[in-house]
Design a protein around this ligand. Sequence first.
Ligand SMILES: O=P(O)(O)OC[C@@H](O)[C@@H](O)c1c[nH]c2ccccc12
Length: 263
Amino acid sequence: MILDEIIEKTKEDLQRRKIEIPLDLLGRSLASNPYAPRDVKKYLTSTKEEPVRIIAEVKKASPSKGIIKEDFDPLAIAQEYSANGANAISVLTEPHYFKGDLEYLTQIRRYVPTPLLRKDFIVDKYQIVEALVYGADFILLIAKALSTKELKELYEYALYIGLEVLVEIHDKEDLTKAMKCGANIVGINHRNLDTFEMDMQLCDKLIPMIPNGKIIVAESGVSNTETIKRLSSIGADAFLIGEHFMRVPSIKDELETFKNAIN
Ligand SMILES: O=P(O)(O)OC[C@@H](O)[C@@H](O)c1c[nH]c2ccccc12
């Protein structure tokens, strides 16, 4: 089970980081933190004027595809996303399977005004404080990787320290968990994190079960305007797109096309 394996590795790393910089010390750096997290919900809610919201992902590699982008310059990619209408930027910080780095967050936050998602496998409050310290505006919590109790605790802690949360679901059971913790932003991941199988019909199944008023993010495998049009029409507010942007010749052209998919 790849998800379990990643979580195990994440926990190992975490033990080490907690010894290097204990939580109270990490928390202390917040006193001089120049960054206040933005109200992410405003950026991700679809409106008449701007129906398609895009979370563009800075992604070097993945366990299903290996290295996606060889000449990887996270800051340059984020700047291009920001300059061309991305509503938020997802920064993978998981180092082993996705070749991410927490430092990318800080680097990008310094120069890029767009809200940032810390995309990682968060299982501990320590990682949520890290997200804030390193400059994130919101975090990802994966329902499948957490019990209802854990999800609720981490969710509430993030809100308490001022970060929004994207709660990722993959099936009805995950959705129940997400609703129990009162999630406002729900991500439907087309990719099964254990088998890597894609189900591009997942939104059709799950969106009708989500109460009104939630922000819905369609995640993974989105690579054309047809998909964006279709998923928008059934209620998706935002689209989380990584691999496709990493492979196209012009991020600018692609982002513009996607942002204007409905008009
Ligand atoms: O590169 P894609 O297929 O456009 O997918 C982006 C994003 O949805 C994907 O990276 C992702 C969704 N949920 C995750 C959880 C952990 C790591 C990665 C992910």
